[in-house]
Design a protein around this ligand. Structure first.
Ligand code: MN
Length: 271
């Protein structure tokens, strides 16, 4: 079994080291992750500069590479260049902090798993709803248990987003299979003192978890459950067919605009 472990907190973060340690006996494990903290980099890729790769020991018997790029860069490099073959599993995490609701659109942790799903690999993003690294060994041990007892293969293009509640001395949590909630942030910007002739802001904000329904990831973690959400790379909205079907193949009037030449350059990146 070939396992790629990645994250967005950087290759030296306690969460990724704990995760690599917890799964190292399952086969060949390789760690490929950003060299520093790239949280909230979403699905960004690096197009305008070279991307460095440096061997970085992470765990005895586990090869590691620090990538001078984003989490998605790291996954792409791993799958195209660094791994000896297609991975049987891609694990992203354990992230320092939860990735719930709309977080998934900003999260490098989730985007790394999503990129693996783009490339056809089974993938799991794992986040712990704590900021410090105090319980990362327990979180990683949970992932190992989950892989043995509660992991089911999903269709191509569908991947897991796991969120663990804050850990402590209480009884073990139960699993909840959830859907994505709506959590977002209020009052995101805080104005800072002007300096250097510029105004300054920091982005912070308070998570708004009001009105979440009980079957969402947000509600599950708030109630102390482990949230297991299947996410799909297909963002197409269902349920719009009736509204939009009459517009399918609607001709555009002559003169509205002209088509480009019939040889679009489909292989080059758009910026
Ligand atoms: Mn992070």
């Amino acid at each position: 079994m070939l396992i790629l472990v990645t994250n967005d907190d950087g290759i030296d973060a306690p969460g990724i080291r704990a995760l690599a340690h917890a799964v190292r006996s399952r086969g060949e494990v390789m760690v490929v992750a950003p060299e520093g903290n790239r949280s909230a980099s979403g699905h960004a890729i690096t197009l305008t500069q070279r991307i460095s790769v440096a061997a970085r020991p992470v765990e005895p018997g586990v090869r590691g590479f620090a990538v001078g790029g984003t989490p998605v860069d790291a996954v792409k490099l791993a799958l195209e260049q660094l791994l000896p073959g297609p991975p049987d599993l891609v694990l992203s995490g354990v992230n320092h902090g939860s990735n719930l609701g709309r977080d998934v659109f900003y999260s490098g942790t989730v985007s790394a798993a999503m990129e693996a799903a783009f490339m056809g690999a089974p993938a799991v993003a794992v986040s712990l709803a704590e900021r410090g690294g105090a319980h990362m060994e327990e979180a990683a041990a949970f992932v190992a248990w989950w892989l043995d007892h509660a992991y089911r293969p999903l269709p191509r293009g569908v991947f897991y987003n796991l969120n663990l509640p804050p850990l402590g001395a209480g009884p073990p949590p139960a699993l909840r299979i959830t859907r994505l909630g709506q959590r977002h942030y209020l009052n995101e910007f805080q104005r800072q003192p002007p300096s250097g002739g510029r105004d300054w802001y920091t982005m912070a904000g308070l998570a708004d978890e009001t009105g979440e329904e009980a079957d969402t990831d947000v509600a599950a973690v708030a109630a102390g459950f482990v949230s297991v959400t299947p996410l799909s790379i297909d963002l197409t909205a269902r349920g719009t067919e009736e509204t939009l079907a009459p517009l399918d193949q609607l001709p555009v009037p002559a003169g509205a605009f002209r088509m480009a030449s019939p040889t679009p350059d489909t292989l080059s990146r758009t910026e």
